[in-house]
Write a protein that binds this ligand. Structure first.
Ligand code: NAD
Ligand code: ZN
Ligand code: ZN
Length: 383
């Protein structure tokens, strides 16, 4: 089959690989119909995720049709259309039983930090991803959700990751009604965090980014106010002033380890690797949010450490919450939001490419060219 693979920092290519097969009786093999490229894939592309091996197939946001079924799979049969959560989870361990499928302890047993994730290096189990013609899906009775017959794949594709992720970001901010919210990052995750904040009853939502077309997209798609941090002096003071000098109730980090805006963190984190990425936005969140407020970190950082102002957070009495998204538990609820027309998930797709052009798609998305918000790959054409 054809698959998009890692070739070293900044280099990906589409190459021939062996077809995946059933390796465990609970596996299925899917014929991939749609596979999206995520901001998290850019961390891989840029060589920032440890133990990303040459030849690894990327892709953790995909839909597909069941092609082959393992002997112990009860819920799926050949021909079923499914959307698959990005975290691989067993459904039965301590964490899965508590709904923390993003923290499953069986899908990547060598690690006490990360669960298994499709196409996300050997630090998350070394599973091949879905930016390919076919993909192997373990624990097939647990993760995949059947796509309703009257819905097309693209309408539900983002249930695999960014929609639940954005939703969880808002939920971790404890938005219940009337709160003021600042979302850093107007990428796909930030956009869905903004939408979710409104759904949960936020009173005011402000998006921060530095890419003008993304801010414009956020104004239209999520009906938010926007601030370009490159156009204001001190972003923290600017935001505080927008909220009566105190700051907002909630700050959400939907940027993660590749943040712009601090030369020091970019040198220390991305250049010298003395930090696990540039925690600029964590710092901005802690400094911007009002005393007693909530900081929700959904942007990805690698272990083990970053220089973040924890003393400030302590003295301000902040609540800090963060995690990988526990995707599976939000899927049914968010499917309903899509069906009822409350979230137009597919509305963020700006680009579609055949699998063979996946490297171009990566570079377009990474360099934020041509108004790109979200790229979707079609390994078997428009079908
Ligand atoms: P993206 O790269 O498309 O978007 C990030 C946005 O942040 C860009 O528009 C960029 O211009 C902006 N940005 C950069 N520096 C900034 C700063 N200092 N302040 C404000 N904005 C800034 O990525 P995405 O797909 O939206 O993903 C965002 C983050 O969420 C990534 O770190 C990704 O790995 C992470 N993520 C986490 C989970 C999870 O489960 N926790 C799941 C999916 C994605
Ligand atoms: Zn993702
Ligand atoms: Zn588990």
């Amino acid at each position: 089959m054809r698959a998009l693979t890692y070739q070293g920092p900044y280099r990906v290519q589409v190459e021939q690989k062996p077809d995946p097969r059933i390796e465990h009786p609970q596996d299925v093999v899917l014929k991939v119909t749609r596979a999206a490229i995520c901001g998290s894939d850019l961390h891989l592309l840029h060589g920032l995720v440890p133990d990303t091996r040459v030849g690894c197939t990327f892709g953790h946001e995909f839909t597909g049709v069941v092609e082959e079924v393992g002997k112990e799979v009860a819920q799926l049969k050949k021909g079923d259309r499914v959307v698959v959560p990005f975290n691989i989870s067993c459904g039965t361990c301590f964490y899965c039983q508590r709904g923390l499928t993003g923290n499953c302890e069986n899908s990547n047993p060598g690690s006490d930090v990360a669960s298994g994730v499709y196409g996300y290096s050997h630090t998350t189990g070394g599973f091949d991803g879905g930016q390919a013609e076919y993909v192997r899906v373990p624990f097939a009775d647990v993760g995949p959700m059947k796509i309703p017959d009257d819905m097309d794949d693209e309408s539900v594709l983002f249930l695999s990751d960014i929609l639940p992720t954005g939703y969880q970001a808002a939920e971790m901010g404890e938005i219940k009604g009337g709160e003021t919210v600042v979302v850093f990052g107007a990428g796909p995750v930030g956009l869905f965090a903004m939408k979710s904040a409104w759904l949960m009853g936020a009173g005011r939502v402000v998006a921060v980014d530095h890419v003008p077309y993304r801010l414009e997209f956020a104004r239209k798609f999520a009906n938010v106010e926007t601030v370009n941090f490159k156009e204001v002096g001190d972003i923290v003071l600017h935001l505080k002033e927008m909220f009566e000098g105190r700051g907002p109730d909630v700050c959400i980090d939907a940027v993660g380890m590749e943040a712009e805006g601090s030369r020091a963190h970019r040198v220390l984190g991305l250049g010298l690797k003395l930090e696990a990425g540039a925690p600029t936005v964590i710092e901005w969140c802690i400094n911007t949010v009002r005393k007693g407020g909530n900081v929700s970190i959904i942007g990805v950082y690698g272990p083990p450490w970053n220089f973040v102002p924890i003393g400030t957070a302590m003295n301000k009495g902040l609540t800090l919450r963060m995690n990988q998204a526990n995707t599976r538990r939000y899927m049914p609820h968010l499917l309903e939001h899509i069906q009822k027309g409350r979230i137009d998930a597919k509305g963020i797709i700006t680009h579609r490419f055949p699998l063979e052009q996946a490297p171009d798609a990566y570079h377009l998305f990474a360099q934020k060219r041509d108004g790109c918000v979200k790229c979707v790959l079609m390994p078997h054409g428009h079908a």
